[in-house]
Design a protein around this ligand. Structure first.
Ligand code: FAD
Length: 402
């Protein structure tokens, strides 16, 4: 079966977001098979000609080209030329009783609301983010994924057991964007006999898979002593089958625009979505002008997930600030300390309307980071108490902590 056909009935379709596209003609000029065409209204992709070579993705300055839907029947050119916005992802799981509309299961909605509360108010997605599919699979009818990998990504002699887990979805379409999460349903029941709650885990791979077009994704999961979900996931073996719900999350999403500056601040498994952002930029960001900056804190290098692979990410792709709080013989340093040390560059970035801030990790990191950003602002005669709500209102300030 070809890679673009995700099951015998369903296919992936490449679309252009008419709300973000600036009609610059770059995609039409780049496409080697003549699949992109336009009229006075829209630029569109001919599903019968597009061969998923992805040559058009990197040159597009806005990211509007990087939109995908799983469909039963492809949208025609005529359909697309008439659009003012992209259609929502159709219900592809075929369980209409469970999948109607945009309603999200209450338990997931509550988890996400709590995780995003640190932003201080309602946040929209970045203006140039692709449109996510959400809530395609629910507890009553989960997707079944098969474990393709389970690797420890912290040093074996440390207490912190963090794992890189790869899940394959086979023929089942499971479209995701960087920044979204999936739900894992731990098997078995609680002491009261009820099923375990779904646990959320951020996707740590780019939208087209841990391996490109392989219909798989990666997670970064930390084993929590006594924890039901994390121990279940961390103990998974290759070939095990896992019940997955989601995808979830429609706001904490990577901006697609080439000129977006992205500041990522994390600790521990909060790095998962930023690995996804970085992989996506590695694959599509050949023409980017925006800065990509990571502040990543851990106790020691041995306990910092992906420490080895991160060393190999070129500085031209990602400006890395890896900071440690428990290295013998060295001063303690937390992410907020490094943000203050980088006040000159950070201040310049904060003054740009193209800058997005993403904070992810443990709840405990929020206050310190907030104070550091306020200090940086003071040094540049900016008022963080005014700038933060502005950035939030423009979909440029995002927090996901748990
Ligand atoms: P739980 O079973 O829920 O237990 C939590 C804690 O309570 C443990 O310390 C446990 O020992 C204690 N506990 C449980 N039962 C009892 C009891 N009866 N008495 C006393 N103590 C008890 N995690 C990641 O690792 N990676 C991610 O990428 C990630 N992304 C997330 C994204 C979002 C949006 C959210 C909301 C959460 C995310 N999480 C992530 C956290 C994850 O969802 C789980 O909360 C985490 O794995 C712990 O779940 P658990 O089932 O292992 O622990």
């Amino acid at each position: 079966m070809p890679e673009d056909v995700v099951s015998s009935e369903l296919r992936k379709q490449h679309l252009i977001d008419p709300e973000i596209c600036i009609r610059c003609n770059t995609c039409e000029a780049t496409c080697p098979v003549g699949a992109v065409t336009h009229d006075d209204n829209n630029y569109v992709v001919d599903a019968e000609k597009c061969n998923f070579c992805l040559d058009c993705i990197a040159p597009c300055p806005t990211g509007s080209i990087d939109n995908w839907r799983v469909v039963r029947a492809a949208w025609s050119i005529e359909d697309q030329l008439g659009w003012n916005e992209l259609p929502a992802q159709e219900n592809i799981a075929g369980d209409t009783s469970q999948l109607s509309g945009d309603a999200v299961e209450d338990e997931i909605e509550a988890l996400l609301a709590t995780a995003h509360a640190g932003a201080g108010g309602k946040v929209g997605p970045p203006a140039s983010a692709a449109k996510p599919a959400v809530n395609l699979f629910r507890r009553a009818k989960p997707a079944i994924a098969v474990v393709q990998g389970n690797y420890r990504i912290t040093a074996a002699d440390t207490e912190s057991d963090v794992r890189h887990i790869v899940l394959g979805f086979g023929d089942t379409p499971f479209p995701v964007l960087e920044g979204q999460s999936i739900g894992i349903v731990p098997p078995g029941t609680r002491a009261d006999g009820k099923p375990h709650d779904v646990r959320l885990y951020s996707i740590a791979s780019a939208r087209d898979g841990e391996k490109r077009s392989a219909n798989n994704l990666a997670l970064t999961v930390k084993r929590v002593p006594g924890g039901v979900g994390s121990n279940y996931v961390c103990d998974l073996k290759i070939g095990d089958k896992v019940q997955v719900t989601g995808p979830f999350g429609a706001t904490f999403l990577m901006p697609n625009a080439h000129d977006a500056n992205v500041i990522m601040i994390c600790t521990g498994t909060g790095s998962a979505p930023f690995r996804a952002f970085t992989e996506q930029r590695r694959r599509t960001g050949q023409n980017v002008t925006g800065k990509f900056v990571l502040f990543f804190g851990a106790r020691t290098p041995q306990e910092l997930p992906y420490f080895g692979p991160l060393q190999k990410v070129p500085d031209s792709l990602l400006e890395k600030h890896l900071v440690f709080s428990r290295v013998p013989g060295s001063d303690k340093e937390y992410v907020q300390d490094r943000i203050r040390r980088e006040a000159v560059d950070m201040g310049t970035l904060l003054q740009s309307p193209k800058t997005h801030i993403f904070i992810c990790g443990l709840k405990g990191m929020e206050a310190g980071v907030d104070e550091a950003l306020a200090d940086v602002c003071r040094k540049h005669r900016l008022d963080w108490t005014a700038l933060k709500p502005d950035m939030r209102a423009q979909g440029r300030f995002h927090v996901e902590t748990y």
